[in-house]
Design a protein around this ligand. Structure first.
Ligand SMILES: [Zn+2]
Length: 284
């Protein structure tokens, strides 16, 4: 089945999940290459086979090269223990799962493999077209689209679980689309996250030399006073030749002023520490 047919079939089977980003009314029909809301607004599947819910171009600096580098590292298992930890937290029953800021989709792909016996309905979205174009090419039964985190094109109470790895949050929107018993799992870096790489890229007194996640944790606890925090920490041996890809996939928000590393300096980077917190909340 062609990618576009696969995505269209998913939408026709799950039309009740979607709402119009313009007027917030439900989408009521899949006609030809478009979904149409009850007021007649129309979103077309693009040539890559996915729906693009943003008005205008996305404001993102993450390009295809960054996502290809990310896919190399993630396929090699850089985040696999994190995905395994998320899989353990999720209830053992068929779930509707939304992956926020899905990027090129590998974490959702790995989650699908781990939970292959659960018959989940998996959806991922990102603001980046480059990421979603790559995600749509993954050999898996999931739906991917381009959408805005702050204006999700999904109906209220549509998802049993919202997950996000290293992505910004809009807790009001997450609460809106989660079912009353829904679960939210947010993954954020701890201070030691990729510390070996930070030390190579920045001087010790540079503000980007370390990372403080306390404000993110405080905000999460304010929204979800009964939240739990689970730490996941491990060493990841970088496969030979992927050192440059690790630098390439490093988020730009680490900031400008990073040093340009020589091949010899990159070679010294044999392993990195992955140290994250999983912030876990039940909606009520
Ligand atoms: Zn509409």
């Amino acid at each position: 089945m062609k990618k576009i047919e696969k995505q269209q079939r998913f939408v026709s089977q799950h039309l009740e999940l979607f709402r119009c980003p313009v007027c917030h009314e439900p989408f009521t029909a899949l006609q030809g290459n478009s979904i149409i809301c009850s007021r007649g607004h129309q979103i077309d599947f693009n040539k890559h086979g996915y729906l693009h819910f943003l008005n205008g171009a996305a404001d993102t600096e993450y390009g295809r090269e960054m996502f290809l580098a990310r896919r190399q590292l993630l396929s090699a298992g850089l985040f696999l223990p994190i995905v395994q930890a998320i899989a353990k937290i999720l209830p053992k029953r068929p779930l509707k799962v939304l992956d926020v800021g899905t990027g090129e989709g590998t974490p959702l792909y790995q989650l699908a493999k781990i939970r292959s016996d659960q018959n989940d309905c998996l959806m991922g979205f990102d603001i980046s077209k480059a990421g979603v174009t790559l995600a749509t090419q993954l050999a898996m039964d999931a739906f991917f689209c381009v959408a805005d985190l702050r204006q999700l094109p999904f109906n209220d109470h549509s998802f049993d679980a919202v997950i996000e790895l290293f992505s910004p949050s809009d807790y009001a929107e997450f609460n809106r689309v989660l079912t009353p018993s829904g679960i939210l799992v947010k993954v954020i870096p701890n201070a030691d996250y990729l510390g070996e790489l930070r030390q190579l890229l920045y001087d010790q007194d540079d503000q980007h030399a370390s990372y403080d996640n306390s404000r993110v944790k405080e905000l999460f606890a304010k929204h979800y006073p009964n939240c739990q925090i689970q730490r996941v920490r491990y060493r990841f041996d970088i496969p030979t030749g992927l050192q440059a890809a690790l630098v390439e996939m490093t988020p730009l928000h680490w900031g400008r002023g990073a040093k340009q590393l020589s091949p010899a300096e990159l070679d010294k980077l044999q392993a990195v520490t992955v140290d994250v917190s999983l912030l876990i909340a039940n909606k009520f």
